[in-house]
Design a protein around this ligand. Structure first.
Ligand SMILES: [Zn+2]
Length: 104
């Protein structure tokens, strides 16, 4: 993964959520060493996702996929069964995106 793939993935995630009426902001920032990303509800159907500025592009893409799972689950900060379902949806979108990248 590189910078272009990372930004491409952000834009795919934003478009995907927009179709569901959900908006997000994504920014790179300093997070604790053991945290690669987090998400916070800011307003109704608006979430802020933060990705560690120390994460490699591979890890940043992974973290965004993980946080997309949380956003689809309402950012409950849990990794229970409903998050699992949402994460599967997020991962399926990621797999489709990677496939499309490889076809180019
Ligand atoms: Zn999580």
């Amino acid at each position: 993964m590189n910078r272009m793939v990372y930004h491409g993935w952000i834009s795919v995630v934003k478009t995907y959520l927009k179709e569901k009426g959900i908006h997000i902001s994504v920014r790179r920032t300093r997070l604790p060493p053991d945290v690669e990303g987090d998400c916070t509800p800011v307003a109704e159907d608006f979430y802020r996702i933060r990705i560690s500025r120390d994460a490699t592009y591979d890890k940043a893409c992974e973290a965004l996929t993980h946080e997309l799972g949380h956003v689809l689950d309402g950012c409950l900060h849990e990794h229970g069964p409903s998050w699992g379902v949402s994460y599967s949806e997020a991962y399926a979108l990621w797999a489709k995106f990677v496939e499309a990248c490889n076809e180019q």
